[in-house]
Design a protein around this ligand. Structure first.
Ligand SMILES: Cc1ncc(C[n+]2csc(CCOP(=O)(O)OP(=O)(O)O)c2C)c(N)n1
Ligand code: SF4
Ligand SMILES: [Mg+2]
Length: 309
């Protein structure tokens, strides 16, 4: 029996917001229950949606990282993916659409001891939230961003967004999308991210390991997860359900660690290049600020709260 941090035993009513206590895992109904607000279940996600798989990978990656969960916080914006923050039994924030990164920035700067994670959708992070995304990467803020890319604005009915591949049908693109989509790993790297990876919802073990690695990486880390939206994207494009998309990922994902992010564009129903593309070291925003001001001001500089080495 493994001793883990958790809070309530099988059959007990779980008080909201109670902090975890150490008890035995075998007393629990589900091995991940300690990380989940089960009282909010059933969750809203459709059958064969991939978001739950990403949540599972996140919890496993968090366990693997051995971070103190009292010092981990998760922020999400609005969307189907945005619900993840609400289901996690961590200090988590379900914020406004497109503003997950600004909330996360405030948390990370206000308490540099926190590990701040953003889990949100492609639309939330790179359409309405696109400006925040590029500037957080540029500053190398100490944030881990997990972007569930299901190629559409799912929650609001499957509209085309900045990641919808050309030719894909969406509610706002009945004849197929004709806009150029973002290549998110390239956007992240060229904006300043120090760690960039992409997996699909099928690559659960690799995704888990990458999440654990990203959580321990100082600076702006970005993981894109290509994910089935069964009900809208798959149905509208007659691609079957989420399991059919998983089969497609199995047959069409090519692992290329270190691939040039310029060359990992996604085209409609073509190969998907996955892997860890970028892993470099660069001072974080707070390290850079403290070093810079110490250099300018000498002993007159008093670092805010904890000095960042
Ligand atoms: C300011 C504002 N604009 C628009 C919306 C409507 N809205 C809610 S979720 C969403 C799209 C979410 O898409 P994405 O981030 O890709 O998440 P998904 O649902 O696909 O997981 C939109 C446009 C909103 N809630 N707030
Ligand atoms: S609408 Fe799409 S993204 Fe949203 S829960 Fe259903 S399958 Fe998942
Ligand atoms: Mg989406």
């Amino acid at each position: 029996m493994t001793e883990v941090a958790t809070q309530s035993k099988k059959g007990e009513t779980k008080p909201k917001n109670e902090k975890p206590k150490a008890v035995l895992r075998d007393d629990y109904e589900h091995p991940m229950e300690i990380y989940l607000r089960i009282e909010r279940f059933p969750h809203i996600w459709c059958a064969t949606c991939g978001i739950g798989t990403v949540l599972t990978a996140f919890i496993s990656g968090l366990e693997k990282s051995k971070l103190d969960i009292e010092k981990v916080t998760v922020v999400s914006g609005i969307g189907c993916t945005g619900r993840t923050a609400g289901y996690l039994r961590l200090d988590s924030f379900h914020t406004t659409h497109g503003r997950a990164i600004p909330f996360a920035t405030g948390l990370a700067l206000g308490n540099p001891k926190l590990k701040v994670v953003v889990i949100s959708g492609d639309g939330d992070l790179t359409a309405i939230g696109g400006n925040h995304f590029i500037h957080a990467a540029r500053r190398n803020l100490d944030l881990t961003i997990i972007c569930v890319n299901n190629f559409n604005y799912a929650m609001t009915g499957g509209q085309a967004g900045p990641t919808t591949p050309m030719e894909a049908i969406a509610s706002t693109a009945p004849y197929g999308c004709y806009e150029y989509p973002f290549n998110l790993p390239f956007l992240a790297e060229s904006s300043g991210a120090v760690f960039v990876a992409r997996w699909t919802a099928l690559h659960i073990r690799r995704l888990t390991n990458t999440i654990a690695e990203a959580l321990l990486k100082p600076g702006f880390s970005f993981i894109e997860v290509i994910c089935p939206c069964a009900t809208l994207y798959a149905r509208r494009n007659r691609l079957g359900d989420g399991l059919d998309l998983m089969r497609f990922y199995h047959d069409n994902a090519i692992i290329k660690h270190g691939a040039n992010t310029r060359e990992v564009d996604i085209e409609y129903q073509k190969q998907i290049i996955v892997g860890k593309f970028v892993d470099i070291d660069k001072p974080t925003f707070l390290q850079q600020r403290d070093r810079f001001l110490k250099n300018k001001l000498g002993n007159q500089f008093i670092p805010y709260k904890e000095p960042v080495s």
